[in-house]
Design a protein around this ligand. Structure first.
Ligand SMILES: [Zn+2]
Length: 322
């Protein structure tokens, strides 16, 4: 049950009675202030907080102003702010932690259980490659490449846990600062990684170097699709080439074409976006990928494009537990 103070605050904020709303807001305990601010919605919350900071600072109540500013950050960023007001009691920080832990899994929130599953997969060899990055991300919440901090999106944790649950996953690369979804840099300079490059899955090598290894590659891509958790993904499909980052070999294309002369430059997104198999060059590959998408309808594709010859690029736009 919301307290009377919270009900009064919400009513005053909606009526744009900022002075009253400020006083009611200031009276709330942290565990109630956070969900109350969230419920107001971004627009009303933004106005109220702006007014409250003015009003409270004007009265010289700087501690109160900083506490509201901090709470607003928690709600807006769904994470603990990098600043903590000097006189904010520790139990209010604990309230914020509890509030964040109870949020639906999105953004940076991920359960300890899922992190433990990923760590266990690393320890037992079910996930191979980039294990240092994974261990650091799961244990410390981030990885530092020597210069920069990179965090792993929650969807990545869910996807890594799902893919390694009953199959072995070999990764070539994952966190790369300022390289597209492998390390998208935010305003705070911290990058978020939401993509992995898979070279082997369930013993199937995903590799079209020189145009060989077609059956394994198609089967490996399908096996990945089969085991994705519910979510939204993008696939950078394997394309044949003599070497990594090498030139196209259009006569050996399997998935989408890579043929700049014929209007298919690198990374061109196939159509329709969710399932461009009609444009696949190899009909068996089209059939197999179609069947895999049909078997796992809760894993939705946002788009597909052609990528490197020696891996499947898997971008996790969002994902949750299976
Ligand atoms: Zn990639």
């Amino acid at each position: 049950m919301p307290s009377n103070n919270r009900i009064q605050m919400e009513a005053a904020a909606r009526a744009q009675q900022w002075e009253a709303a400020t006083d009611w807001l200031n009276s709330l305990a942290m565990f109630e202030m956070l969900p109350a601010l969230e419920k107001l919605g971004a627009v009303t919350r933004g106005k109220l907080v702006e007014q409250a900071l003015k009003i409270l600072s004007g009265r010289g109540w700087n501690g109160s102003a900083q506490r509201i500013r901090w709470a607003n950050e928690v709600v807006a960023a769904k994470a603990l702010p990098t600043f903590t007001p000097a006189d904010l009691p520790g139990d209010q920080v604990q309230d914020a932690r509890r509030y964040l832990a109870a949020l639906p899994l999105s953004g940076t929130a991920v359960s300890a259980e899922v992190k433990a599953a990923v760590l266990a997969a690393v320890h037992t060899g079910k996930i191979q490659g980039v294990t240092g990055q994974l261990t650091s991300a799961a244990n410390n919440g981030h990885f530092n490449d020597g210069q920069h901090t990179i965090v792993l999106s929650a969807g990545m944790f869910h996807t890594l846990a799902a893919l390694s649950r009953s199959n072995t996953l070999v990764l070539m690369s994952m966190m790369r600062y300022n390289e597209g979804p492998h390390g998208k840099v935010g305003e705070d300079g911290v990058a978020v990684c939401s993509a992995m490059d898979i070279t082997v899955y369930s013993g199937l090598s995903i590799n079209l170097i020189n145009g060989g290894n077609v059956e394994n590659t198609v089967a490996g891509v399908c096996k990945v699709i089969d085991n994705l958790p519910p979510g939204l993904f993008a696939l950078g499909l394997t394309r044949p080439s003599p070497y990594p980052k090498g030139p196209p070999m259009p006569d050996k294309d399997i998935f989408l074409p890579m043929n700049p002369g014929a209007g298919w430059p690198m990374y061109k997104v196939g159509f329709p976006l969710g399932n461009p198999t009609p444009q696949f060059v190899n009909l068996k590959a089209a059939e197999a990928v179609n069947a895999a998408l049909g078997r796992n309808p809760r894993a939705k594709m946002n788009r597909m494009f052609q990528d490197g010859p020696d891996h499947l690029h898997l971008e996790v736009i969002s994902a949750s537990s299976a």
